[in-house]
Design a protein around this ligand. Structure first.
Ligand code: AHR
Length: 640
């Protein structure tokens, strides 16, 4: 195929890579991106998801906790609550003359490293009488045969809750994740102790509360936008479980959390509103803030007459994040952040084309939020979650697409003729089904993927190429979901961009495609005409110039055979190889995936100087390249 590429750009590209942080899907934030090691740290987890769904505080439990000795007795106590947000705590008691203690196995295990870990917990005397309870605190193998770190602490307890803090620095790392954190009395248990909000944090990503490897992987894709906090988790399974931002800011002691949408445990909201905003900022990205729009997943919509408090909450949330002075700015400052956050887009609702949502979004919910927010925050672009059924005045729309590889390849072929009316943000997109089993339902059929495959990632690359070369109307795209904890029953949705356990992380083929688009962005679009149409060549392209004026060529070969392509630049321009860079991902098996047991099956190659293998520049300044079978290639070449 020969591509005749315009030497001069025709349009500015607004396209910026997105990342979508949906809280708690696949134990991906609590248990994942949120670095907290202790699971059910404030005794809030639902037992078998049986919490009263209308009770925002749930029932709580001792799930994931155990006694450190046979004689230990653990009980859940509603007495002497630490706070109204964290009403239950654990009383550790048992045989008065034997040692007693409490242990936690983390989120499907604990990977012990030799870095300093910050420990904090609250404790009181269960009898209310002043007493000193000497305890040992440490990280151990789960049969206690190995001690990685242990400290003795005299807990001087009274009837009041007190916060205890220390640093635990293991002297050796673990070779597996079968480990526990424990607090146990050094001697006789006597009256025992009462604990709550037990938190153990390893070193985190750049001063945030995020797990280093996961947050770094996201930083590395260089997202321009970060959509947060959901997704379905924004909506909640029912109205009382909506993402109420006021419960997701401030001291952890005052965050009640809520019934989760995805997992059976509990959303701690420890990775709360400010923590998510801080992360987006550290990544150099702007948040696209999801605003709850009065609809939850059980099909209930807040009636028009009762929408007022939800709209007011959204306005308060925006004042809290954006104000430079006044009481909301002061509250934010009191939580440690004086500067307002900077973002220009919010999304009202999530997927309001689905289910019963469609009946009320266009009818009254969209307009009610639109008018109130536009009045107080005219600078914000309000993204609608659909344009269907009476939605008016939307300046942008978020469209989602889950597909098979072929569905996505076919879709990309029509992208050049997308209507230019309303900017499109594709803030959830992924190949989720192999397409090999011709499932009538790609969500529940046998072709549903467990992990991103090579061909799926190439289809996503073709989509990103289409979005980028139509970047005058496609403003962003984000893979969804990102995180997958691979612990038993931890996953509700596959495939995912990054899978992990307590100590390991795997970058999928889809991750690498996101990396390429984030790291080799374009600013301006160069029109290109291929000598063979895409639908018969199965080679997908995008050409643009970057901020230095170099040509960035992205080419996706979805064929099982190698293909030769030639890139000729018009307008008297020539390509030059000095300062050229390249990135390429390829593989022989289109169904290949990277997994925890085979993490490096497909790994791209990049070069900061020079063309990829099989590429050469002609004396006329044209580029000829052999694209390997099943490959994505990005080449950056100065334009002379
Ligand atoms: O990404 C997983 C889910 O898919 C999101 O929560 C929802 O918005 C979509 O249906």
């Amino acid at each position: 195929v020969t591509y005749n590429v315009a030497g001069k750009p025709s349009r500015v590209s607004h396209f910026g890579l997105g990342a979508f942080i949906e809280t708690n899907i696949n134990s991906g934030t609590d248990g994942g991106l949120y670095a907290e090691i202790i699971r059910n740290r404030a005794f809030q987890d639902n037992v078998n998801n049986q919490a009263n769904q209308n009770d925002a505080l749930g029932k709580g439990s001792l799930l994931h906790w155990s006694g450190t000795s046979q004689s230990t007795k653990l009980s859940l106590s509603p007495d002497n609550a630490l706070s109204s947000a964290l009403p239950q705590s654990a009383v550790v008691s048992g045989d008065r003359n034997q040692s007693c203690g409490i242990a936690n196995p983390g989120w499907y295990g604990i990977s012990v490293t030799t870095q300093p870990h910050q420990l904090s917990f609250y404790a009181r005397s269960p009898t209310g009488q002043a007493t000193t309870v000497p305890v040992k605190i440490g990280l151990y193998s789960n049969d206690y045969s190995k001690t990685y770190t242990e400290q003795t602490m005299p807990l001087k307890l009274t009837g009041e809750w007190q916060k205890f803090e220390t640093t635990l620095t293991p002297s050796q790392a673990s070779s597996n994740n079968n480990n526990v954190f424990a607090i146990k009395t050094t001697g006789a248990c006597r009256d025992g102790f009462q604990v709550n909000l037990v938190s153990l944090l390893p070193p985190t990503y750049e001063g945030t509360v995020a797990r280093q490897d996961l947050a770094q992987a996201l930083a590395d894709i260089k997202p321009v936008y970060v959509r947060l906090p959901g997704g379905n988790d924004l909506e909640g399974n029912n109205i009382p479980s909506w993402f109420n931002w006021t419960n997701a800011v401030g001291d952890l002691k005052n965050r009640p959390g809520r019934t989760p949408t995805w997992t059976s445990g509990w959303n701690t909201e420890g990775l709360g509103l400010m923590e998510l905003m801080d992360l987006a900022e550290k990544w150099g990205a702007q948040a696209v803030l999801g605003i709850y729009a009065g609809y939850s997943l059980n099909g209930e919509a807040v009636p028009k007459s009762q929408l007022g408090p939800y709209i007011q909450s959204a306005l308060n949330q925006l004042h809290f994040l954006l104000d430079t002075s006044g009481s909301w700015a002061e509250l934010r400052s009191s939580y440690g952040r004086s500067e307002p956050y900077k973002f220009d887009q919010i999304e009202i609702g999530n997927e309001d084309w689905l289910g019963a949502a469609i009946n009320t979004y266009g009818a009254y919910r969209w307009a009610a939020f639109r008018d109130a927010i536009a009045k107080e925050f005219p600078q914000l672009t309000l993204i609608a979650s659909t344009l269907k059924n009476g939605v008016e005045g939307a300046k942008a729309v978020d469209d989602h697409m889950y597909s098979t590889p072929n569905q996505l390849f076919e879709f990309t072929e029509g992208m050049d003729s997308t209507s230019r009316d309303v900017p499109i943000w594709e803030l959830e997109i992924a190949v989720i089904n192999s397409g090999l089993t011709n499932d009538t339902d790609i969500y529940s059929g046998p072709g549903r993927l467990q992990h991103p495959t090579l061909i799926g990632a190439l289809a996503e690359a073709a989509f990103l190429a289409g979005a980028e070369r139509n970047g005058d109307i496609f403003y962003s795209a984000a893979y969804a979901p990102i995180f997958q904890n691979e612990g038993p029953n931890a996953t509700q949705w596959t495939p995912d961009m990054l899978s992990f356990n307590a100590g390991q992380m795997v970058k999928s083929t889809s991750y690498y495609i996101q990396y390429a688009w984030g790291n080799y962005p374009i600013k301006q679009i160069h029109d290109a005409s291929p000598s063979t149409p895409t639908n018969s060549s199965h080679i997908y392209h995008s050409f643009g110039s970057n901020s230095q004026g170099a040509l960035v060529a992205k080419l996706v070969n979805a064929n099982a055979e190698q293909r030769t392509v030639k890139v000729q630049v018009g307008n008297g321009s020539k390509l030059s190889s000095s300062g050229a860079t390249s990135w390429q991902m390829q593989g022989k098996n289109p169904q290949q995936a990277n997994t925890l047991s085979n993490p490096n099956a497909i790994v791209p190659q990049s070069s900061s100087s020079g063309l990829p293998k099989g590429a050469s520049l002609g004396s006329d300044g044209s580029l000829t390249m052999t694209l390997p079978p099943y490959s994505a290639t990005v080449v950056t070449l100065p334009l002379a």
